[in-house]
Design a protein around this ligand. Structure first.
Ligand code: NAD
Length: 470
């Protein structure tokens, strides 16, 4: 598949294979772009700013709704391509499509709500006699750089609000899984003027880095790892930057919790997308009194996962993004076992597959939980009090989301207030998001928020216009 720049299909002398992680087959080839191509995209995105500025909010909204319809009509094709390139079970891909459609719809609605406000300058010293108001203006060109795990929905979380508030976009899709994003940008290009959306494929270290440092790009909207995010924040200069980074989300299970509900939370939170979820349940912090019973029930539910061809609707656990990624998870679990952890179920790897795995006797010193483990692993950390649970939950550089399971409102509120995370859910695992909510972590998990309305705030600048009526 070619890149899309200024409405034209552009290739490169260098091509990269996009492989199905399930069987290693080549699905497609995409260009490896170099700086010259990125320059062309930057130029085209800057030219298209004028075309977009001339479109009314009404028209932009309608066009985004047209893309909603097109995506809905092609839902199954997109989901199959997503499963092929990411290795996620088809039923999960269909959910990603539904969320993508919803995200796009929210942006189509938000395009009509980019309001300013009137400002009472007379509330300030010497402000009497003025009439003033603000306008929310586009920043210009937004570079959207996205990861492999939810390529379509996470990219739409950037492109759609950017266009809704009249920014043009250059998308750098994930290297491992660029195809659904590229195909989606073709749908957008059918509706919007050439250059409003552009795709540039290739390596993050070359193309991503070039976009980040370009003075002709006004905003970097990045989702990915903490390591890359930190590099971006150092290099971006005066550009606005939103960073949606990794997570090491805790699930706190107190002794008065509904155990079945908490077990279900782990099943849906630790193993979804083979554990490759930023807001996945990555640490289960449980009061010792109920830990044995909880583990027994968790193990029996975990053993129900069916690994297999992601395109088979009976498959409930797909592959990781690559065999290399699966080996990394295997080694991290094995190292934890070497330090005293105990595998209760799972622990085996087959190519890019890694079994749904429950590990008991985990402590925060182990790399398995000290860093983000991006795989289908549920590590159990036993504690003896609510305060200890909160302290362990906070004993990390990350702070994306958290889940607390308890039937005691006072403890629920204590945890909600003291756990350092962008979101704390009570009686729901961290692995939950609606596409309109403010989403974004504390600490190293990020800077800024997404969720359409919040992304629009981060993709606009405020101008004050004051009339001296004296
Ligand atoms: P990654 O950081 O390796 O890559 C993300 C994107 O950045 C890719 O498109 C990559 O090509 C590009 N990139 C790489 N080096 C770059 C550079 N020097 N300059 C600019 N761009 C560069 O992340 P990944 O492995 O694709 O994704 C997994 C990570 O993403 C996990 O840590 C996960 O938690 C995180 N994530 C966060 C969220 C969130 O919303 N907070 C959502 C999904 C994933």
């Amino acid at each position: 598949m070619d890149m899309l720049i200024g409405g034209k299909h552009i290739s490169s002398e260098d091509l990269q294979e996009v492989k199905n992680p399930y069987d290693g087959e080549i699905i497609d080839m995409v260009p490896i772009a170099h700086r010259q191509t990125a320059d062309l995209a930057i130029q085209q995105a800057n030219i298209a700013k004028k075309d977009l500025a001339e479109m009314s909010a009404f028209k932009i909204s309608n066009k985004l709704f047209n893309v909603v319809d097109k995506l809905r009509q092609n839902r199954t094709d997109f989901a199959e391509l997503l499963s092929l390139e990411v290795g996620k079970p088809i039923n999960e891909s269909l959910v990603e499509l539904d969320r993508s459609i919803e995200t796009l719809k929210l942006a189509a609605e938000e395009a009509k709500r980019v309001y300013g406000e009137s400002v009472p300058l007379d509330a300030g010293l010497n402000g009497k006699g003025f009439f003033a108001f603000t306008q929310r203006l586009p920043l210009g060109v937004v570079a959207a750089i996205t990861p492999f795990n939810y390529p379509l929905n996470l990219t739409i979380h950037k492109i759609a609000p950017a266009i809704a508030c009249k920014n043009t976009v250059i998308v750098k899709p994930p290297t491992e899984a660029p195809l659904t994003v590229m195909k989606f940008c073709e749908l957008l290009d059918e509706e919007f003027p050439d250059g409003v959306v552009n795709t540039v494929t290739g390596y993050g270290s070359e193309i991503g880095d070039y976009l980040v440092t370009s003075p002709e790009i006004n905003k970097i909207s990045f989702t990915g790892s903490v390591t890359t995010g930190m590099m971006i924040s150092q290099k971006a200069g005066m550009k606005k930057v939103t960073l949606e980074l990794g997570g090491n989300d805790p699930m706190v299970v107190l002794k008065d919790a509904d155990i079945d509900k908490a077990v279900k939370g782990v099943i849906n939170g630790a193993f979804l997308n083979a554990g490759q979820v930023c807001m996945g349940v990555k640490r289960i912090i449980i009061e010792d009194e109920i830990a044995d019973e909880f583990c027994n029930r968790l193990v029996s539910e975990t053993e129900k996962f069916v690994m297999g061809n992601p395109l088979d609707s009976k498959t409930t656990l797909g592959t990781l993004i690559s065999e290399k990624a699966a080996i990394q998870v295997e080694e991290t679990v094995n190292n934890a076992v070497g330090e005293g952890a105990k595998i209760l179920t799972g622990g085996n790897r087959d190519g890019a597959f890694y079994e749904a795995t429950v590990v008991d006797n985990v402590v925060m010193d182990m790399d398995l939980v000290a860093f983000e483990t991006f795989g289908p692993v549920a590590p159990i950390i036993r504690v003896n009090s609510v305060q200890e649970a909160i302290d362990v939950a906070n004993d990390t550089d990350y702070g994306l989301q958290a889940g607390v399971f308890t039937s005691d409102y006072a403890n629920a509120m204590k945890c909600a207030q003291e756990i350092e995370a962008g979101t704390v859910f009570i009686n729901k695992q961290s692995t939950f998001r609606t596409d309109n909510m403010p989403f974004g972590g504390f600490k190293n998990s990020g800077v800024g928020k997404e969720g359409i309305k919040y992304a629009v705030e981060e993709m606009t600048k405020t101008k004050l216009i004051g009339l001296n009526l004296r």
